[in-house]
Design a protein around this ligand. Structure first.
Ligand code: ATP
Length: 243
């Protein structure tokens, strides 16, 4: 099957300093791919590069087979959704207004998360963290994207709330969406992932199916403990966004 997004030999970073090195990674339709690694390993930088928020310093990213760089807003129009680490709901607006602003039908969202229906008129700022993330995810999934990039969807959430979100992501992937999921909670991520990449200091250290990575869990978790942040290296062609 052809990848919906594919990075080949990508170096990426900030102000021409690479913090991600020689990264090759692909996501196919219907797959949940987990991108794991310690704090500072380069996960968010990788997502930003795939999303079109950063230009690769080296290598190529093919989005739907096209290696030309396009910014996120254009990729969004073509079926990419990017959920960033920050909660992206408008806190002073109601659930209904948040959905309207996202351009999605409330009914589609309630099919995904019936829990949101009774909260329709409530201001998002008054929702629990889990409910806010449900709203964020509902908005992203109801648009039926081809690819979802999600950065720490379950950050700060109780395991049950995190599972709820991850199950919804899995269900959407089962209908054909590709997913690249950055997660701190390795074991949670492995319950829904098909394949996994583990980054250490900006490089892929382990790559395999979820079953293969489960067998190396001790090694993965050890990499978190020795997780020294990615070493910046000067890259030859400074084409990236300055951040
Ligand atoms: P975390 O799990 O803590 O979010 P991460 O794996 O997502 O970490 P990144 O956020 O990609 O890691 O960071 C990789 C490296 O890039 C780190 O050393 C970080 O300090 C550095 N970095 C991140 N953002 C910037 C920036 N805007 N400018 C310069 N360096 C940055």
């Amino acid at each position: 099957m052809s990848a919906i997004i594919e990075a080949e030999g990508v170096s990426a970073g900030y102000n021409a300093m690479a913090v991600v090195h020689d990264l090759s990674l692909r996501v196919e339709p219907g797959e949940v791919v987990a991108l794991l690694g310690a704090n500072g390993a380069g996960k968010t930088t990788t997502l930003l590069t795939l999303a079109g928020e950063l230009k690769p310093l080296e290598g190529s990213v093919a989005w739907k087979g096209d290696t030309r760089w396009t910014p996120l807003f254009q990729r969004s129009r073509a079926g990419m959704r990017f959920i960033t680490e920050e909660r992206s709901v408008f806190m002073s607006m109601t659930v209904a207004q948040n959905l309207q602003l996202g351009g999605v039908a409330a009914d589609d969202c309630f099919k995904l998360f019936p829990e949101l229906e009774p909260l329709f008129g409530r201001r998002a700022g008054l929702l629990s963290g889990g409910e806010q993330q449900m709203l964020t995810l509902a908005r992203a999934l109801a648009g039926k994207p081809d690819l979802l990039l999600a950065d720490e969807l379950s950050l700060g959430l109780a395991p049950l709330a995190a599972q709820r979100l991850l199950r919804a992501v899995r269900a959407a992937a089962d209908e054909g969406m590709g997913v690249l999921l950055v997660e701190q909670q390795v074991r949670q991520a492995l319950t829904v992932a098909d394949r996994v990449y583990v980054l250490q200091r900006g490089r892929v250290m382990i790559e395999g199916t979820a079953d293969e990575v489960r067998d190396q869990l001790a090694k993965v978790e050890a990499s978190y403990l020795s997780g020294i942040p990615a070493e910046p290296e000067t890259a030859p062609a400074p084409t990236g966004r300055t951040a």
